[in-house]
Design a protein. Structure first.
Length: 443
């Protein structure tokens, strides 16, 4: 169903016109008789927008109703990242959206990040088709973050042919771990390589979700050197032990890194350091696992650190440096989930970290809070520090932290002042924001 065109709207410098976004933000669809006036909701239980080309002008005017779209199908519309960003803003006020099909448009990283921010606010989405949209690795990681933190009804996620590399694809796979209704994950046609495809399968196998992964037959492969290494490793598994030793020595000369003796060394990957395999346990002490978590945080990695995770993270962090404490706090809180085990693990880690920091007489608590506000995008900085995309986890962690005895109560008024200010990122996390505000008023 095509929706009407807003009058007197200036066209932006992208393929998507603002009248289209105005339609998606809540305009009543045109009826069969040509009128565009709103009708009772009982006659229109759902609204679907379909466009395979720029829509034709229509004399209808926008109504004042709230967006009621449930499906948006706009494949092959030539929409670039400013248009995708405009669509994301429109989707944000259509909370009933179930299906989003923007296949074969040009998101780039910028559009993907903007769309991911909106996905965090939507709870009814079942199908996401961003195939052939060039979200690339950065965009895929942002989308993975959105999936990890929400979208409980997700059934299908299509990020095929998007120039996504191995680590980003693995982040997407880890993000769907708790999506009980997921039926299909399509990452075909990306840049994973043979090893990356195997690792992707292993990750989903670990979640008992191997069947949801679509074919990877059109994978574009990794870089040439990595492909050669994969071929060599495959040959080593088929040859005799003495031939394996000779090839291992040749590879050590080409790439001088410590190798195990006896059996072939498992492929080097982020999976090996977290899998609990004997080789990893022998070669990587717990601090290395903490480093891996801090480099690529996820709820699963935090839980794998075990009951001493909070102590290990606090030990690994230089709590004399407010910037390093802020970095660790944000990485830990970024994996916050309402699931009890994850929530408790995050809160314990925050307690250990911040109790150690605030307990030091040399720690500058004001510098910590200032830096934290800057990284959360609540305070401007001359250094042009990029704010984090999702504030839900940090806000929930702060809500816990400010209630603890170790938290300096003198910081509460300053934090309250900045959380109260109007801010788009805060508004997208309204529940977490209101919870923190209520707590701060009681401190």
């Amino acid at each position: 169903m095509r929706l009407g065109r807003a009058s007197d709207a200036a066209a932006p410098k992208c393929a998507l016109r603002p009248d289209l976004c105005a339609d998606i933000r809540g305009r009543a669809p045109a009826h069969a008789d040509g009128s565009s006036s709103p009708r009772p909701s009982a006659e229109q239980p759902s609204t679907c927008f379909v466009s395979r080309a720029p829509p034709l002008p229509s004399p209808s005017r926008p109504s004042q109703i709230i967006g009621t779209l449930e499906e948006v199908h706009m494949p092959q519309n030539g929409i670039n990242h400013p248009g995708v960003t405009a669509l994301a803003q429109a989707f944000a006020i259509n909370p009933l959206l179930r299906i989003i099909n923007l296949n074969d448009n040009t998101f780039t990283e910028k559009g993907a990040v903007a769309m991911a921010q909106t996905l965090k606010t939507l709870r009814q989405v079942e199908v996401i088709n961003f195939g052939d949209c060039l979200v690339r690795s950065k965009g895929a990681v942002a989308i993975a973050d959105a999936v990890r933190g929400g979208l409980p009804k997700l059934k299908e996620l299509n990020l095929s042919f998007c120039e996504i590399k191995r680590d980003a694809a693995l982040a997407v796979a880890e993000a769907v771990a708790d999506k009980a209704e997921l039926e299909k994950l399509d990452l075909n046609g990306n840049i994973l390589g043979e090893e990356g495809c195997e690792q992707l399968q292993e990750v989903l196998d670990g979640f008992s979700m191997a069947t949801v992964l679509a074919s990877l037959s059109d994978d574009e492969g990794d870089e040439e050197e990595e492909e050669d290494e994969d071929d060599d490793e495959g040959e080593e598994e088929e040859e005799e032990d003495d031939e394996e030793d000779e090839e291992d020595e040749e590879e050590e000369e080409e790439e001088p890194q410590p190798r195990g003796e006896g059996s072939p060394t498992p492929p080097r990957s982020i999976l090996d350091s977290d899998s609990g395999e004997p080789a990893s346990a022998l070669s990587s002490p717990p601090p290395a696992d903490v480093s891996t978590f801090l480099a690529f945080p996820s709820p699963e990695k935090l839980l794998r650190l075990g009951p001493k995770s909070s102590v290990l993270i606090a030990q690994q962090t230089d709590t004399s440096d407010p910037e390093k404490v802020v970095s660790a706090f944000l990485k830990v809180s970024s994996v916050f989930k309402d699931e009890a085990t994850v929530r408790t693990a995050v809160q314990d880690a925050v307690d250990a970290l911040m109790k150690k920091a605030f307990g030091s007489s040399s720690f500058n608590a004001n510098a910590f809070l200032t830096s934290l506000l800057i990284h959360m995008g609540l305070l401007k900085s001359e250094d042009k520090i990029k704010a984090i995309a999702n504030l839900y986890g940090p806000l929930m962690a702060l809500n816990h932290m400010v209630q603890q005895d170790y938290f300096p109560k003198a910081l509460a008024p300053l934090l309250l002042a900045f959380v109260t200010k109007p801010n788009g990122a805060l508004e997208s996390c309204s529940f977490a924001r209101h919870s923190l505000l209520q707590t701060l008023h009681k401190v």
